[in-house]
Design a protein around this ligand. Structure first.
Ligand code: ADP
Ligand code: MG
Length: 701
């Protein structure tokens, strides 16, 4: 049977090539199916007519009925706008038009009555309607034909000009349903719709566009969200299964002497419960015979590197070489120093390889890697250069994942015949539900517990008027021997202005903290890499007291003696970024502080962000709040993901439904791993269809 909904939208009555092109460009609607799945974002009750006197808020769409009193075209020759004043028995209100002025003037003759529908806005201190929808009033009592609840579709200026505002789109959907409603097919098997009390698909689609009554809206919404999320989870889990099946991995069968020696003799503290759990999760992967691809999330300082170290030992015990790749020279150095100090009394060969490694040393490393006498290589991108060959690489850790592309990861993998296990570590917490959806095809481990005894960082928010107090505090801390970060925002719109801000700040600080008593470093994006490196190093080595920088200060840089983080214009940073920056302090034994400086004028959202920072030290909690505040589109790592083209579900608000559909998908696939069972035929067909669509998209873009 021909699939009506696969038809190009241009063939729908009332569309045609011009409108089709617009619909595609503006809303991504190319087929009947796309239009069917373009849902209203809200509903209004058109049976309600408001008295003009009662138009008192710009919060909602309302309908009024009034008679035209006057039509005032301002700006004479070069007419810029037209104001139509309408009146009912309770008052008058203006309709404002900036476009299609000729039509407006010919249409609104004084004395005629109209229904006016729109969202009031404030102009010249009065409520009015800008470009409202208009319907002629025949003078008779209006017979409400069709549903009273009307869906409002979001549209664009260009579409509105082509007659495809909300109402125009509604007409098209009506036409589409008239033609095709009987061909709408179910995608979810009955055993699931029954169990989860879901409306059937046809009713859901009809009611989401044209609700029979108000109770149908949540029911149809729930059904369509469930469907959308269920197929994402099924698709992700199937991908994950296939990945696991295809790629064999080294088997680490034993917990050997090195691991045990370290654990019993040299580990200076007790592992946290979360660390133990994650090590167990990883061990299961390493025994399984398939290649591990695991994402390890944990807040800054939660002890991820230590987990990596324990797994290095496990791999070495099983006769394999290991590698740790960090995004920058400084981070690689830090890892090298802390790991070699942990391992100083053990018989393990560790080397550092970066762009700065001397030729002779480098050759020596290459040789020992090939021989197999080097157990652990720590480095930057330098470790994935062609010349670097291992004898038997078994386990790789990539730190701070977002800086490495997929391609770089693939290059690492090619370094041995059987692919090494890969653990990607990231300190950018992602809310659980988001991770499930974005990384549902990866395994994710989470360290959600900090080592005991950490002093929580004290966070405060100050307005500019407290500047002097802050300076005094800085002096006090430096006298105590501490170091301080001062961070300026970097906004892409005006790099020059940002740089000026930073340099002004730098000069002020040099003025307030004069040489030779105080030493100040500065780092920003316009500096050459080696200059940056030099300034960073001075700070890391304790030669400077204050580090003034943009956000280029490295993720993960560890200066335990730095105990104060001052963030200038903190209202301009996103929550995750603020939390990342704050994570630079609180690494030593001393009490640490984070001071958020802001101007007096704060947007409601900006204020909320700073409040959350002052209240919470927990990266996951902050990530959740961030997701709620900004929506998923702005979250790190989500931009390129097609998963976010959600039609109805909302990653920030539908957490419970995400968890539920994940469970449902898991249960289905546990019983029927390839959806081969006849009772799951609908699911399989739909997955095939979704994947075909995805392929088509990727071919286009
Ligand atoms: P991350 O890589 O997650 O930022 P690290 O592994 O670098 O965290 O650990 C941060 C600090 O905490 C290090 O100094 C580390 O030695 C220490 N640490 C790690 N695990 C524990 C633990 N279980 N108990 C006490 N301190 C720990
Ligand atoms: Mg770390």
């Amino acid at each position: 049977m021909i699939d009506l909904f696969a038809s190009q939208i241009t063939y729908l009555k009332g569309v045609g090539p011009k409108k089709a092109e617009l619909l595609h460009k503006e809303l991504g609607i190319a087929t009947y199916d796309d239009l069917l799945n373009y849902y209203p974002f809200r509903y209004v009750d058109k049976s309600q007519v408001l008295s003009i006197r009662d138009v008192v808020s710009d919060q909602a769409y309302v309908q009024i009925r009034g008679k035209v009193m006057s039509v005032d075209s301002s700006g004479e020759k070069r007419m810029r706008y037209v104001i139509v004043t309408v009146q009912d028995s309770t008052g008058t209100i203006d309709l404002v038009f900036f476009k299609g002025l000729r039509w407006v003037i010919s249409h609104f003759t004084p004395g005629k009555s109209f229904y006016v529908f729109g969202k009031p806005s404030v102009f010249r201190n009065k409520f009015n309607f800008v470009h409202p929808e208009i319907e002629g009033d025949t003078g008779e009592v209006r017979v409400v034909s069709g549903p009273r609840l009307e869906g409002i579709y979001s549209s664009t200026e260009k579409l509105k000009n082509a007659g495809l505002g909300s109402r125009g789109i509604g007409f098209l959907v009506r036409e589409l349903l008239n033609q095709g409603v009987n061909q709408i097919e179910e995608t979810i098997p009955e055993y699931l719709t029954t169990r989860h009390l879901l409306m059937n698909r046809r009713d859901a689609l009809v009611n989401i566009h044209f609700p029979e009554d108000a109770t149908k809206i949540p029911l149809s919404t729930q059904r369509l969200k469930f469907e959308e999320l269920l197929f994402i989870q099924l698709d992700m889990l199937l991908q994950k299964k296939n990945l696991q099946r295809k790629i064999p991995g080294q088997v680490f069968s034993q917990v050997g002497p090195l691991f045990l020696e370290f654990y019993e003799k040299y580990l200076p503290f007790e592992l946290t419960g979360a660390q133990k759990r994650v090590i167990r999760e990883i061990r299961m992967d390493l025994k399984s015979g398939t290649q591990m691809n695991r994402l390890l999330q944990g807040d800054v300082g939660s002890g991820k590197t230590l987990v990596a170290l324990m797994i290095f030992l496990l791999a070495i015990d099983n006769g394999f070489q290991t590698c740790l790749m960090a995004p920058t020279e400084i981070l690689a150095n830090q890892h090298f120093n802390s790991i070699t100090s942990f391992l100083k009394d053990m018989d393990i060969e560790v080397a550092l390889l970066t762009g700065n490694t001397k030729k002779a040393q480098r050759n020596h490393i290459h040789k020992r890697l090939l021989e197999g006498s080097l157990n652990l290589l720590i480095g930057t991108h330098a470790v994935i250069e062609e010349v670097v060959q291992f004898k038997n690489l078994g386990f790789v850790v990539i730190d701070e994942q977002h800086r490495f592309g997929v391609e770089q990861r693939a290059r690492l993998w090619k370094k041995s015949e059987v692919l090494p296990h890969v653990l990607v570590m990231t300190a950018t917490p992602i809310p659980r539900t988001l991770a499930m959806t974005l990384y549902g095809n990866l395994d994710v481990s989470i360290i959600d517990e900090l080592p005991p005894g950490r002093k929580p960082i004290k966070t405060v928010h100050f307005f500019e008027s407290k500047r002097l107090r802050v300076l005094g505090f800085m002096r006090e801390q430096i006298k105590l021997g501490r170091q301080i970060y001062v961070v300026y925002p970097l906004i892409n719109e005006s790099e020059n202005l940002d740089l000026k801000n930073l340099m002004d700040g730098f000069e002020n600080i040099q003025h307030d903290f004069p040489l030779p008593e105080f030493q100040v470093s500065v780092v920003h994006g316009r500096m050459k890499a080696d200059e940056k490196e030099f300034e960073m190093k001075r700070f890391v080595e304790g030669k400077t007291d204050i580090m003034v920088s943009t956000t280029v200060i490295e993720v993960g840089v560890d200066v335990p003696n730095a105990s104060v983080m001052i963030i200038e214009n903190a209202e301009r940073f996103g929550l995750s970024q603020l939390h990342q920056l704050r994570g630079r302090v609180g690494r030593g034994a001393d009490q640490s502080y984070c001071i958020l400086m802001s101007g007096n004028k704060l947007s409601a959202e900006g204020r909320k962000r700073l409040e959350i920072m002052v209240k919470s030290n927990d990266g996951f909690e902050i990530a959740e709040a961030d997701l709620k505040l900004r929506g998923p589109g702005d979250m790190q790592g989500t931009q390129q993901s097609g998963v976010l083209d959600l039609r109805i579900a909302n990653l920030a608000q539908d957490g419970d439904l995400i968890m539920l559909t994940r469970k449902v998908a898991e249960t289905i696939l546990e019983k029927d791993g390839q959806l081969a069972d006849p009772e799951n035929k609908l699911l399989r067909d739909q997955i095939v269809k979704i994947r075909k669509q995805k392929r088509n998209w990727s071919r286009i873009s």
